[in-house]
Design a protein around this ligand. Structure first.
Ligand code: ATP
Length: 866
């Protein structure tokens, strides 16, 4: 394949940024440590184009249209049109031609609409990066980054372009996408003399498509878009494969088997016709028309469009689907494992209680051991646990805004949810003071002394118990508790985390409230009704977790709460046996989430799992539906998710599940309608041919197919959710799309339609009138069946027409189309139909109502069976 490339930056001498001095890079790229101005960035963007990898070329509308002619049936049909014209049947030829073109136009519209919906979603999921512009940190779409920009990032962020690092704090980057090495690389600010060093060894560089898993860093962008290392790989494998969902695959299979069946039947019909001495060309056209009408080639297209439209609707409700199969799986979700903080709660922390015997030191620890920044309005921004501390210090006038702004540090070990601690070091006269904060149980275990007034005293067992009790009392009030400690050292030992964070002096506890989301409580109740088990997973203390779980009603069913430590003790077998009885997991580390997912999957349950941190990625991938957080989630976790919530809200997951059920129901109805209609046509024609009747003409069959297969099928695909869709148990995802009894229902409905059409033919006296009546009954009974299928469970007499506008519109529209052929004289002549008298009309309409009643009775039986 030849790639047309834009005139690239002139082939300058190759620069080895990893071997260059920082200052040389700045002057080479005409930038500096404070980044570019937005004016300069805009200019460079204009000159060099966006920071994007080129994707496979999009198909144009014309190409999509032409692709519709890749179908064998279309060619047979066109051949039939040509033969018709040659043997002197120009009307037939014209009608077949119109059918071909209309079919292709409808196919094109459907496909391009589905593509547009998918594109819009991709746009929504576009990554954001932080760059220095005009001297301050600005969030921009990653595609807007230019060479010379200074980007800042931290654990969980993906690296937006190729960069040379100019600052890093304990930075580790996972580069497997580029180097195949899955262990994160520790980055360093050294200059690498070997210009030919392998990518993996260039520890002062980071590349597009990799992600920071630990610490933080700053770097100068040295290449963007297709000029990055990723870009050169992308150039080599520039093909984008479309993903097929399990349902699409299943339907493809069904579609293929039925196509073969229909072809066999069409051949049989042709054979019988020939044997009984019918006109060969007419029999040939009949067989082909039937094959065209009955081959369910539209199934997969309808499913795709219903899925795509469902995705747009979900996005409108705050759930962005990243992988198409998730749309289907969502509806059968049986367990939702959710993080507490931010998903079930508001992630708005407010300090409520402080406990200390030397508040001045506690406040100092809160001030320095803190990553939040003050914005232009002097409001703290950052992790809510940390901003709560700063807000408290400022509000209670412990420190001025300027003091807070000026809180330098000389070293740090960032927070991670595995350790549950974070530390900073400050220079003082004797060396360094290290402040540590973290989960009380973890921190207390690392304290040997405590501050009592101005004195440092031994931390005895009795005092430890007192502090633990105080922690529990706060936790019972649903407070998240942080403990603080410090120690003074003469020198820092950079790579010794355990050593740095031990032998501490305890200086106090802080309790903060993070109220439950009001809508989460209702969503939990909806889950219960829908047979979905909600499970809370949190890094917080068990008592805090239980207090909030009780508030939300998660433990109303008598399930228990366990600690990560208890989980650690259990074997996988034990966990799997108990998993159904556990509603809350407290003090867990991200790695425990993977075990919880596995335990449920061993029970053959479909599990959704939320996650936001870097370490959550494995669990998100392992679960059936990984749910990422749009606001607080890291790029890494979002990348591992199937669904991303724009509002981080538990209630949104439940809404998406409801939407998933609706989509599945609608696809089911649509397919059931299409298959039973096709069965009706095949059975009627087969029977009539066996009887040797001159029944329907080929153009009649094509017309019926056009009228009934399109609008009603699409309308069924956009039906509103069924009443009670969230009051039934999740569908067992191991069941096939159609169960045996559902196949029987499809056949029975088809047989009934055929029987009614044949009955109409007999009533009309087997001549032109009979054909006209059969023509009407065969198509209208399908339309009546479509209306009845607005629910596969409840009677349509219990539904209101205004709740199903599209279906009724399709019904009336298609009915008008069908009637116009019989009522408008020139059309009637073209279609070789007879005029009906009142009595015949009454008979036709009566037979169609029989169909409606029939489907309603079928529902009653199906309900009894269920
Ligand atoms: P959830 O899983 O419900 O979202 P969480 O993941 O927020 O909860 P973590 O962030 O892992 O839980 O926090 C676990 C514990 O670590 C908290 O209970 C708290 O005691 C402590 N902790 C949280 N944030 C910090 C922080 N920034 N610095 C130090 N300790 C923290």
């Amino acid at each position: 394949m030849s790639t047309e490339t834009k005139p690239e930056a002139k082939p300058e001498e190759k620069l080895f940024f990893h071997s260059m001095k920082e200052q040389d890079i700045f002057s080479k790229l005409q930038t500096n440590a404070t980044g570019l101005t937005s004016k300069e960035a805009a200019k460079r963007l204009e000159e060099h184009g966006p920071n994007k990898l080129e994707e496979g070329k999009r198909k144009t509308l014309l190409q999509i249209f032409i692709a519709q002619f890749g179908d064998l049936m279309i060619w047979i049909l066109m051949a039939a049109a040509v033969i018709s014209a040659v043997v002197g049947e120009p009307v037939d030829a014209a009608i077949i031609g119109i059918v071909v073109v209309l079919n292709s136009i409808l196919g094109t519209v459907q496909e391009s609409k589905a593509e547009a919906a998918l594109d819009a979603l991709k746009q929504m999921a576009a990554p954001i990066a932080k760059v220095l512009r005009d001297g301050s940190i600005t969030k921009v779409d990653a595609s807007q980054i230019v060479v010379g920009d200074v980007v800042v990032f931290e654990a969980g962020d993906s690296i937006p372009a190729d960069i040379r690092l100019i600052q890093c704090a304990s930075l580790k980057v996972e580069e497997s996408a580029l180097t195949g090495e899955s262990v994160p690389v520790e980055k360093q600010l050294i200059i690498i003399d070997d210009t030919k060093a392998a990518l993996g060894d260039r520890v002062n560089m980071s590349y597009m498509g990799t992600a920071a898993t630990y610490g933080r860093g700053t770097g100068i962008v040295i290449a963007t878009g297709m000029n990055t290392e990723m870009g050169s790989i992308a150039r080599q494998l520039a093909s984008t494969e479309k993903e097929t969902t399990p349902l699409q695959k299943q339907l493809n299979g069904i579609s293929n088997i039925l196509s073969i069946g229909v072809l066999i039947i069409a051949t049989v019909i042709f054979g019988i016709g020939m044997l009984s001495g019918r006109e060969p060309f007419e029999m040939f056209l009949t067989a082909i028309s039937l094959a065209v009408a009955a081959i369910p080639e539209g199934l997969v297209a309808v499913v795709t469009i219903v899925l795509a439209m469902g995705m747009s609707r979900m996005a409108g409700n705050g759930a962005i689907i990243r992988r198409l199969p998730a749309v289907e799986t969502l509806g059968s979700t049986q367990v939702i494992c959710s993080d507490k903080t931010g998903t079930l709660t508001q992630n708005r922390m407010t300090v409520q209680k402080a406990y200390s015997q030397n508040e001045a030191t506690l406040f100092e620890a809160m001030r320095y051991c803190n990553d939040s920044k003050l914005d232009a309005n002097n409001k703290a921004v950052g992790d809510p646990t940390e901003t709560a501390l700063i807000d408290y210090l400022i509000k209670d006038k412990k420190y001025t805004v300027d003091e807070i702004k000026n809180s330098p540090r000389d070293g740090e070990i960032p927070f991670d949810s595995e350790r549950k601690l974070s530390s900073v070091a400050l220079k003082n006269s004797g060396g360094f003071r290290i402040y540590v904060k973290g989960a009380p149980d973890v921190l207390l275990a690392r304290c040997i002394k405590e501050l009592s007034g101005d004195k440092v005293v031994e931390l005895g067992k009795a005092r430890q118990d007192e502090i633990v009790l105080e922690n529990e009392n706060m936790a019972k009030l649903a407070l998240r508790v942080l403990a603080f400690g410090f120690k003074d050292v003469t020198a820092l030992t950079p790579n010794d985390v355990v050593g740095t964070e031990s032998g501490l002096t305890f200086c106090g506890l802080i309790g903060m409230i993070d109220p439950a989301r009001p809508e989460a409580k209702d969503a939990i109740a909806v889950c219960r009704k829908a047979g979905i088990l909600p499970v809370m997973i949190t890094g917080d203390h068990k008592i805090t977790a239980v207090a909030i779980a009780n508030d939300l009603g998660i433990l109303d069913d008598g399930r228990e709460a366990i600690n990560g430590a208890e989980l650690q003790e259990m074997t996988d077998e034990e966990l799997s046996n108990r998993v159904e009885k556990i509603g809350v997991y407290a003090r867990v580390s991200p790695e425990h989430k993977t075990r919880i997912v596995a335990a449920w999957q061993k029970k053959h349950k479909i599990v959704a799992m939320t996650g936001d941190g870097v370490n959550d990625a494995p669990a998100l991938k392992a679960s059936d539906i990984g749910v990422g957080m749009g606001i607080t989630g890291t790029d890494v976790s979002k990348g591992a998710s199937d669904v991303v919530l724009t509002d981080d809200n538990f209630a949104t997951i439940v809404k998406a599940v409801a939407e998933g059920r609706r989509i599945f129901d609608n696809i089911h109805k649509t397919v059931r309608f299409l298959l039973s209609s096709n069965a009706g046509e095949v059975i009627a024609i087969l029977f009539a041919t066996l009887m040797g009747w001159k029944f329907l003409l080929p153009i009649h069959i094509l017309w019926i197919n056009l009228v009934t297969d399109t609008f009603p099928a699409l309308a069924l695909g956009v039906e509103p959710p069924e009443k009670g869709a969230m009051a039934r148990k999740p569908r067992d995802s191991r069941l096939p799309f159609f169960t045996k009894s559902e196949w029987i229902q499809v056949l029975v409905t088809g047989t009934m339609e055929a029987a009614l059409a044949i009955f109409a033919y007999l009533l009309g006296g087997q001549g032109m009138l009979g054909t006209t009546m059969a023509f009407l009954v065969l198509s209208l009974s399908q339309l009546f069946a479509a209306v009845a299928l607005q629910s596969e469970r409840t009677s349509i007499f219990k539904n209101k027409a205004k709740d199903h506008p599209m279906l009724w519109l399709a019904f009336f529209g298609s009915t008008m189309l069908q009637l116009s052929v019989v009522l408008i004289p020139p059309l009637r002549d073209i279609f070789k139909l007879a005029q009906l008298d009142l009595a015949s009309w009454v008979e036709v309409i009566g037979l169609c109502f029989v169909m409606l009643i029939f489907v309603e009775v079928q529902k009653l039986f199906a309900k009894k069976e269920a």
